[in-house]
Design a protein around this ligand. Structure first.
Ligand SMILES: [Zn+2]
Ligand SMILES: [Zn+2]
Length: 223
């Protein structure tokens, strides 16, 4: 019996060792669903059910996050105490500078509903200062990208602007988005929160809300 007890004890220690698992690269973390990867960006749709937590994972590149849900979360860096609960809000945007300063952490959904974000990792920094002009007011930025945030009332439209560099457009909310080109031609898209589109050609457009409720889209343009 004693031997069995010891075996169980060793097994329990092993389980604790697993609980403090070795960090994984962000794209291998099972709550990070990779929805796009090319030479320039890795886009993950992160979904954490209530009460669940990610594995410890490492962000090694400059990154940006767009929140898709309202909820409470905690963050915990490796070998650090867990943070207090903090609110996450639909449409919140952050940009961080990570290249050369990796972050290893885990995220726990402390709220009653789902926690969802779009996480964008910028895999290449510009090798030289970009000559591209800034397309619009910058909501957030890091050395890899500028972020433009468009919160549009029903019927409202952004100023016309030009993207000289590849960019990613992400819907933070449900939205009926009308894109209008300089020639007046338009296309309308029924977007759900988390829908995104990668564009790697020069584009001039304005963005209009063709729906009946406020909508938000975010553009992340490479520098
Ligand atoms: Zn993370
Ligand atoms: Zn745009």
């Amino acid at each position: 019996m004693k031997i069995h007890f010891c075996a169980a004890f060793v097994w329990a220690l092993a389980a604790i060792a697993v609980a403090q698992q070795a960090p994984v690269p962000v794209e291998q973390e099972p709550h990070h669903h990779v929805v796009l990867k090319n030479d320039l960006v890795l886009v993950a749709h992160v979904v954490i059910p209530p009460g669940d937590a990610t594995l410890y994972h490492t962000h090694s590149y400059d990154r940006a996050v767009v929140h898709l849900t309202n909820n409470m979360v905690t963050l915990q860096q490796l070998n650090q105490p867990e943070s207090e609960q903090m609110p996450a809000k639909i449409g919140e945007i952050s940009a961080s500078t990570r290249k050369g300063d990796p972050l290893t952490h885990r995220v726990r959904n402390a709220g009653p509903g789902p926690f969802e974000v779009i996480d964008v990792e910028f895999l290449q920094r510009p090798t030289q200062a970009s000559l591209a002009s800034v397309a619009a007011p910058v909501a957030a930025e890091n050395p890899s990208a500028r972020i433009y945030n468009w919160v549009l009332a029903p019927g409202a439209s952004s100023a016309q602007h030009t993207h000289e560099r590849p960019y990613l457009i992400i819907a933070a909310t449900t939205m009926q988005l009308k894109m209008v080109g300089p020639d007046g031609k338009s296309s309308t898209h029924e977007l759900k929160a988390g829908d995104f589109h990668w564009v790697d050609s020069k584009v001039t457009h304005s963005l209009a809300n063709d729906g009946t409720t406020e909508g938000q889209v975010v553009e992340l343009e490479l520098k």
